[in-house]
Design a protein around this ligand. Structure first.
Ligand code: SAM
Ligand code: SF4
Ligand code: F3S
Length: 464
């Protein structure tokens, strides 16, 4: 049984009480109460964290990056792998001392771990410094819970699974004015056998195209230069994803559109065509393949074969020979043999990815793969992962070479790694580009003539 929560006061009343409380706090102490909000995991979670911050700002909170200055700490957590969960429990453990020093401190745990009953149980029993735990369906209850914790000193647990309508009134507080995340859908229906996401994020819900278009238009008007559309599988966006890209492309201004993730089972030539045709959409597709062996893909319930996957790659490259792909890979899935793992190595050589995000398989209780026999040792899996990364390093150095001598457009993000006077940014293909240039270009598009390809980035000089 998951924990249900019935708000003692409705959200509208709770937010007005909280506004009164933060106002009083400000008058008495000369500054607003400060909140520390930290998001772990994927961009979707970071975007949720921005919504939480938006809600807190509306209630009168200020923000800090220093937990010792905070009156409210919210950890927006990720459950995708065991080490992600371990990190969060480590941080919660460290907060015990802060709570002892400051009895007024309120600590909340939310996000994907917050949705898991066994996590809520563990916190209830063993981490008494935590005041409230809520899952991914409970954002609408956050004001009510927070007010109840502050005013009644209760410990609250809310693992509701009731999926409410998407609340378009929750506005994000975005720190980055140049790059923004825009969720277009929530949840996942795919149930890959290793993955916890469908259990902690529920079924797919798509935002209306009008809402997405209005938000992107507004961001572009405010000077945002890179917008990343988010969803666990944007290809199953209920109102048609290629059409959405084409609509967004009509927005006037100088900006880029990226998106992630795309499930290969639903990737179509229409999608590739839209990417290539749309001026604002970057020529880059993150297409997580997970494994290069059909038997493993079947056991993972991915619902495509290597050949079907390659059709999409070949089609894109037949239209744009340098079309950029990146992927996610899992190493050491239960029952995977070394020979099967080698098929993954073969696949990355065949595709020539610009970058891979590879993970050692992590057992997630409650998923079908957790019940499968896992006969590969952790040490072995670690060695396979290293082998894969070494292979990819060679591919990257060579494949990045296609840019040498060319001029590319780069959105500058900040100071570079190369050294003093260097800046870093990304090109259309989402590859890191380092360039020696004045800091005034941070947040701007610049043209860079590429002079060198390394195994982690490109570097070059300003072209104009
Ligand atoms: N929805 C996206 C998709 O299907 O491409 C991926 C979302 S998941 C948050 C990001 C990546 O984490 C997956 O592509 C997969 O490679 C990895 N992942 C998910 N569950 C995992 C597990 N149990 N162990 C290791 N890696 C995992
Ligand atoms: Fe997880 Fe698969 Fe859904 Fe991606 S598509 S979130 S890997 S279940
Ligand atoms: Fe993690 Fe949840 Fe994202 S499990 S990867 S934060 S959807």
């Amino acid at each position: 049984m998951s924990y249900h929560y019935t708000p003692a006061v409705p959200a509208a009343e709770a937010v007005s009480q909280l506004c009164g409380w933060t106002e009083k706090y400000r008058t008495e102490r000369g500054h607003a109460p400060l909140a520390y909000v930290h998001s772990y995991g994927c961009q979707q979670n970071v975007s949720d964290g921005e919504k939480i911050k938006g809600m807190l700002a509306k209630a009168g909170y200020g923000f800090t990056d220093d937990t010792s200055q905070a009156q409210l700490i919210i950890l927006n957590t990720c459950a995708v792998r065991e080490n992600a969960e371990d990190r969060v429990f480590g941080t919660i453990g460290n907060l015990k001392k802060l709570k002892e020093e400051n009895k007024e401190l309120v600590i909340g745990i939310c996000g994907c771990m917050g949705q898991e009953k066994h996590v809520a149980d563990k916190i209830k029993e063993s981490y008494r410094q935590v005041d409230f735990v809520f899952g991914t369906f409970a954002y609408n209850d956050m004001y009510s819970m927070l007010w109840e914790v502050i005013s009644k000193h209760r410990r609250l647990f809310n693992q509701s699974e009731v999926c409410t309508e998407i609340d378009e009134s929750m506005t994000q507080l975005r720190e980055d004015k140049v790059r923004a995340f825009v969720p277009i859908m929530y949840g996942c229906n795919n149930f890959c056998t290793y993955c916890i996401v469908p259990y902690v994020r529920g079924r797919e819900r798509s935002r209306k195209p009008e809402a997405v278009i209005a938000e992107v238009t507004q961001l572009v008007r405010e000077g945002c230069k890179e917008i990343t559309l988010l969803g666990q599988n944007v290809n199953s966006y209920a109102y048609g994803f290629p059409q959405l890209l084409r609509e967004l492309d009509k927005i006037e201004g100088k900006f880029r559109i990226r998106f992630m993730s795309s499930h290969p089972k639903d990737a179509t030539k229409d999608l590739i065509d839209a990417i290539i045709d749309c001026e604002h959409v970057c020529t880059h597709l993150h297409l997580p393949v997970q494994a290069g062996c059909d038997r493993v893909l079947k056991t993972m319930n991915r619902r495509y074969t290597v050949e079907k996957y390659m059709e999409m790659i070949d089609y894109a490259r037949s239209r744009v020979p340098g079309f950029s792909f990146t992927t996610d890979l899992i190493v050491g899935f239960p029952g995977e043999s070394y020979e099967e793992f080698c098929e993954t190595k073969e696949l990355i050589k065949r595709v020539k990815y610009d970058n891979i995000y590879s993970f050692v398989y992590s057992r997630r209780s409650g998923t079908p793969a957790a019940e499968m026999e896992d006969n590969v040792s952790d040490k072995q899996k670690g060695l396979w992962l290293r082998e894969l990364l070494l292979e990819q390093r060679e591919i990257t150095s060579e494949w990045f070479g296609r840019f040498v001598g060319k001029t590319v457009e780069v959105l500058i993000e900040g100071e570079g790694r190369t050294g003093e006077g260097w800046l870093t940014g990304k090109n259309d293909e989402n590859i890191i580009v380092e360039v020696e240039a004045d800091k005034k270009y941070i947040g701007e598009f610049v043209k860079v003539r590429i002079t060198k390809a390394m195994n982690w980035a490109l570097s070059g000089e300003l072209a104009e």
